[in-house]
Ligand binder design. Structure first.
Ligand code: DC
Length: 225
């Protein structure tokens, strides 16, 4: 297999990007980069600082200097912030909300995109919102993974419930729609389908079925080498 194969997976939240990204990275023996966790780490750094999320310059300067590392294999990816393992702190409602706000700041995006290009250039599966459109416009294979909002919110709700038994489906649904709207309507690198992306709708499909579809689309690329 070609060593520097770059596979982009973009799409709204709850479509299955992380699960499928991990599976593909493992199957293809590639690095797995969950770029959303980088924006979440910036959000946590903001939360722990005295900087207000609406202070674009302050947030950007923090994003530029803070050390964020993704370590471990696809199945147990750990996110390190200034050398501290913060993986378990990145899924709270507050960090989730804040990550969508900080990711709309252009200078924050520039700092993260530069890191993502550096980390991914020797081959990786990257998931996010702008991988196929901005980070790696020449990616070997681009997927836009989506599902109907009800199915995506159900997935998110099951994840939320695992952490918080009082999680409420209506709230999860409303938060998800608001975040996807913000991620899709921001001026800089909004969530969008790249012209050459393969759109995969995971509604009603099992993870194994989606995986098969994606592998089938990737195999001509790997066979070329
Ligand atoms: O994929 P996620 O839910 O962990 O992403 C967290 C937030 O970061 C989400 O609101 C959108 C943003 N994000 C982004 O703007 N660009 C990316 N490449 C990845 C995530």
């Amino acid at each position: 297999m070609r060593k520097n194969l770059v596979i982009a997976i973009d799409g709204p939240s709850g479509a299955g990007k992380s699960t499928l990204g991990r599976m593909l990275a493992r199957a293809l023996n590639l690095l797995y980069l969950d770029t959303g966790s980088m924006y979440r780490a910036v959000a946590l750094a903001v939360q722990e600082s005295s900087i207000s999320a609406s202070d674009d310059l302050g947030v950007a300067s923090l994003a530029e200097r803070v050390a964020i590392d993704l370590v471990g294999d696809p199945d147990s990816l750990h996110v390190m912030l200034e050398g501290r393992d913060v993986t378990d702190q990145l899924r709270s409602d507050e960090v989730t909300h804040l990550s969508s706000l900080v990711s709309s700041i252009p200078a924050v995006r520039r700092a993260m995109v530069a890191r993502q290009r550096e980390l991914g250039k020797r081959g990786a599966v990257l998931n996010g919102r702008d991988i196929g459109t901005v980070v790696f416009p020449d990616a070997d294979v681009k997927f836009f993974l989506t599902a109907v909002p009800q199915a995506r919110a159900e997935r998110r709700y099951h994840e939320d419930r695992a952490q918080d038994p009082d999680a409420n489906f209506e709230e999860t649904f409303a938060d998800m729609i608001a975040r996807d709207d913000r991620d899709s309507s921001r001026a800089d690198s909004p969530l969008a389908v790249a012209a050459d992306a393969i759109v995969v709708d995971s509604t009603g499909l099992t993870i194994a079925e989606v995986f098969q579809k994606m592998m089938a689309a990737i195999s001509p690329e790997t066979a070329n080498e």
